[in-house]
Design a protein. Structure first.
Length: 208
C-alpha cells in the first residue's frame, strides 16, 4: 500500500470514528535497534538519569519526556535512585515533520492540488463541529517523525552496557504520549533484547 493510500485510510478511519462518537485502538509501529552486554537485571536494579547540557537548559520542557521515560524504565524492573544508582541513563529525543513524497501535488504552475483536511468550521464561520473535505490548495497532512534513544552506563566503570533506539513515522502524534510509547518499545526485552534491528508494535486503547 502506498503512502497516499495509507493516509487516505487512516484519515477516513479517524473521521468515521470521530463522527460516530467512539474510537478503537490505535497501533503504533516503530523500528527498534538494540544492543546489550547485560546478562541479567542489575542488583539492585537502580538508576539515575543524566541530562545533557541542552536538556538541562530546557529542563522544564523536557520534564514530561523524562516522566514518560521513567514509566517505561519502571516497567522493565528499574527503580530511580539518584543516590545509589547502579546504572546511569541518558535519554535522547528527535522530532521532525515531513510531507509524503508521493502525494499527487503538482505545484502552483500546473494541475490540481489536493489535500485532506480535518478541522472545525462551517458556512464560512468557525463553530463547534467536525468537518472533512477536499481542498484545491491545502497541502496534505504531514508525516510526523519521532525517535528516542536510551543509553545506559555502569555507574562504577562508566562502560556502556545498553543502547537502544525506536523510530516512528505516521500521520498521528500526540506528544509527549508518543515518546512514552517509543521508550517502552526501545526497552522491550530489557536487559537482553534481540540484538540489532526489529519492528515493535503497541496497541493504544482510547481513553474511556
Amino acid at each position: 500500500m502506498s503512502t497516499l493510500h495509507r493516509l487516505f485510510t487512516v484519515l477516513a478511519c479517524v473521521a468515521a470514528l470521530a463522527l460516530a462518537g467512539c474510537a478503537g485502538p490505535r497501533r503504533v509501529q516503530s523500528q527498534v535497534n538494540s544492543f546489550s552486554t547485560l546478562q541479567a537485571l542489575p542488583q539492585p536494579a537502580t538508576y539515575r538519569i543524566e541530562l545533557l547540557p541542552s536538556q538541562q537548559a530546557r529542563a522544564q520542557a523536557f520534564a514530561p519526556i523524562e516522566e514518560q521515560a521513567e514509566q517505561a524504565l519502571a516497567r522493565v524492573g528499574l527503580t530511580r535512585d539518584d543516590a545509589h544508582a547502579q546504572l546511569v541513563v541518558q535519554l535522547g529525543i528527535e522530532g521532525s515533520t515531513v510531507y509524503p513524497p508521493d502525494w499527487p501535488y503538482y505545484g502552483p504552475w500546473a494541475g490540481p492540488r489536493f489535500g485532506w483536511g480535518l478541522g472545525w468550521g462551517g458556512r464560512g464561520r468557525w463553530h463547534g463541529g467536525f468537518g472533512m473535505g477536499w481542498s484545491m490548495r491545502d497541502m496534505p497532512p504531514p508525516l510526523y517523525r519521532r525517535r528516542v534513544t536510551v543509553m545506559m552506563r555502569d555507574a562504577a566503570s562508566q562502560q556502556v552496557v545498553f543502547e537502544s533506539s525506536a523510530a516512528y513515522q505516521d500521520v498521528w502524534t500526540p506528544d509527549p504520549l508518543i515518546y512514552g510509547v517509543l521508550f517502552e518499545q526501545a526497552l522491550r526485552g530489557f536487559p537482553q533484547p534481540p540484538a540489532g534491528p526489529r519492528t515493535e508494535r503497541t496497541e493504544l486503547q482510547p481513553p474511556e
